[in-house]
Write a protein that binds this ligand. Structure first.
Ligand SMILES: [Zn+2]
Length: 451
C-alpha cells in the first residue's frame, strides 16, 4: 500500500521515471535498428562499430526570453475596443506568437501591475494595466512572468497580490513575488526530463528611513520578504541571499539554474560595474543562465567565467523593450524600440546526467507603432522575416521600413556571438534549427504545426 503524501509523490515520480526510461529504450532501439538498417545502403554510411550504449543520447529544452513588457497610457487607450467596452492586447503579439511557440518555455518581464480598474488605469510613472494583457501574454505563448521589478508596488501591496492572481487565473506563473500564503516566489520545472530552476530579482530604489522601496514607494515591512530584491548599496548582504535561493533550487532538484535580473542603467547599451560584479559572483555560485532587463535597450551577450575558471555563465545583460511606447520622437533615445526573443538550448546527456547549454540564438524584434483608421496600432515585428515581407507586416511607409531595417542592423551589430570559453567548447553540440555562428542568426520560418 502506498502511504499518503510523500509515498504517493514518490510513486508518481517513479511512474514518470519509468515512462522516461521507456522512451529512452525506444530511442535506443530506434537508433540501434537504424544502425542495422544502414549497411543495407553501403553508399550512405560506414556501419559504426559501436553499441547502442556508446551512442550519444540527449534530452533537450529550448527556453525563450524577452525583456520588458511595458504599457504606457497611449497603449492601453489604443487597445480599448468600443464595440465590446473591453481592452484587448492580442494584436500586439500577433506577429511574434509563432516564434514564441517554438520554445518549450517562454519568459517575459511584466513592467506593470494589474491593480484593477477601480483605482484607474495608468502609465508612467505608476503603471496599472487592464487585466486582459495577461490573457494576451498567455495567448502569445508566455509561461513564466517576471513580477519583480522597480514597478512591482506601483499599485501598492494589494496590486502585487492582485497581479499574481490575475496571472494565475490565466494559467501564467509569477516569478519574483509571492502572496503571504505562498511558500515560494520561484519554481523548479521538469521539462522534457530536465529540471530547471527559475528565480527573479530586482534592484531596490534607495531606502527611505531605512525602509525598502521600489520606484520610491515604501514596501510595507511585513511584506518585504514577498518581493525578491537586492540593494546596490548592500550587495554584501544581497548576494548571499541569492546564493541561499540557488541552494534551495538545487535542493528541489534543479539541474540547471536560470536567474532573471532587473538591473543596470536605463538607456545604457553596456553593462555597468554592478551588473558585472553581480554576474561574476553568480557565476561563482554556479548559475547557468542570466537574463537581464530594465535598461530599456539591449545590452551585449557574454559568457562570464567564475573566478576559478570552472564555470561559464551565459549572460544576456539586457533584453531591451519587448513592448512599449518609448519612441524616438518622444525620448530622443536611440534603441528603445528594439528588442529580441532569445533562445537558449539546454541539453542533458542521458548517459552521464550532465546538463549544459548547447547553443543559443536570437530573433531581433521591433515595436511598430502606426495609425490605422485614426487609431494607434502597436505590433511587435519579427525582423528576420519582416524585412522580406513589408506589406504582410503592415510596413507601408518608407519611414517605417527604414526604422525596421535600422533596428535589425543595430541589434545584429550589438549581439555579436561571444566565443565559448575554453573548456566549454567540447560540450557544445551542433544545435539543430538554431543558428550558431555568424553575425546574423536566422530563425526558421514559424511552423504552427510543429507545436
Ligand atoms: Zn525597470
Amino acid at each position: 500500500m502506498i502511504p499518503k503524501g510523500v509515498g504517493c509523490c514518490l510513486a508518481v515520480k517513479r511512474e514518470k521515471q519509468r515512462e522516461r526510461d521507456k522512451k529512452q529504450i525506444h530511442k535506443i532501439a530506434f537508433i540501434f535498428m537504424l544502425g542495422l538498417a544502414l549497411p543495407v545502403f553501403p553508399g550512405l554510411v560506414n556501419a559504426p562499430d559501436r553499441t547502442a550504449a556508446d551512442l550519444p543520447l540527449y534530452s533537450e529544452v529550448i527556453i525563450a526570453a524577452v525583456g520588458d513588457v511595458m504599457v504606457h497610457s497611449p497603449q492601453y487607450k489604443a487597445q480599448y475596443r468600443q464595440e465590446t467596452g473591453t481592452y484587448d492586447f492580442t494584436n500586439n503579439f500577433r506577429f511574434i506568437k509563432p516564434y514564441l511557440l517554438r520554445a518549450d518555455l517562454a519568459l517575459a518581464n511584466l513592467e506593470t501591475t494589474f491593480g484593477g480598474e477601480a483605482i484607474g488605469y495608468s502609465g508612467f510613472p505608476r503603471f496599472n494595466t487592464p487585466d486582459s494583457l495577461a490573457g494576451a501574454l498567455k495567448d502569445a505563448g508566455f509561461n513564466l512572468i517576471i513580477t519583480a521589478n522597480n514597478h512591482t508596488v506601483d499599485t501598492g501591496i494589494n496590486g502585487v497580490f492582485r497581479t499574481i492572481d490575475v496571472l494565475r487565473e490565466r494559467g501564467l506563473q509569477a516569478i519574483g513575488t509571492r502572496k503571504p500564503e505562498d511558500e515560494k516566489s520561484y519554481i523548479v520545472k521538469d521539462i522534457n526530463g530536465i529540471k530547471i530552476g527559475f528565480s527573479a530579482y530586482t534592484f531596490e530604489t534607495p531606502r527611505v528611513s531605512g525602509k525598502k522601496t521600489l520606484n520610491g514607494i515604501i514596501v510595507p515591512q511585513e511584506y518585504e520578504d514577498l518581493i525578491d530584491t537586492f540593494s546596490y548599496q548592500d550587495l554584501g548582504a544581497g548576494l548571499p541571499k541569492i546564493k541561499e535561493r540557488i541552494e534551495a533550487l538545487r535542493e528541489e532538484g534543479a539541474e540547471f539554474i536560470v536567474l532573471y535580473l532587473h538591473w543596470g542603467e536605463e538607456y545604457q547599451r553596456e553593462p555597468n560595474r554592478a551588473q558585472r560584479k553581480i554576474a561574476s559572483t553568480l557565476a561563482n555560485y554556479g548559475v547557468d543562465l542570466i537574463f537581464g532587463s530594465h535598461p530599456h535597450v539591449l545590452q551585449p551577450i557574454e559568457y562570464v567565467q567564475s573566478d576559478d575558471g570552472s564555470k561559464a555563465t551565459l549572460v544576456f545583460f539586457s533584453l531591451g523593450n519587448f513592448l512599449s511606447n518609448q519612441r524616438y520622437e518622444r525620448l530622443k533615445k536611440k534603441y528603445t524600440e528594439d528588442g529580441a526573443i532569445v533562445y537558449v538550448e539546454v541539453k542533458k546527456d542521458l548517459h552521464t546526467g550532465e546538463v549544459f547549454i548547447a547553443g543559443f540564438s536570437y530573433l531581433p524584434t521591433w515595436v511598430h507603432k502606426y495609425t490605422k483608421k485614426q487609431r494607434l496600432v502597436y505590433e511587435i515585428l519579427p525582423l528576420n522575416d519582416t524585412l522580406g515581407n513589408f506589406e504582410y507586416y503592415n510596413l507601408l511607409t518608407g519611414e517605417s521600413i527604414r526604422r525596421a531595417v535600422n533596428s535589425k542592423r543595430n541589434t545584429v551589430n550589438l549581439f555579436k556571438k561571444p566565443p565559448l570559453p575554453v573548456g566549454q567548447q567540447a560540450r557544445a553540440l551542433p544545435a539543430a534549427g538554431l543558428e550558431r555562428s555568424g553575425e546574423e542568426p536566422s530563425i526558421p520560418p514559424p511552423d504552427a504545426a510543429t507545436k
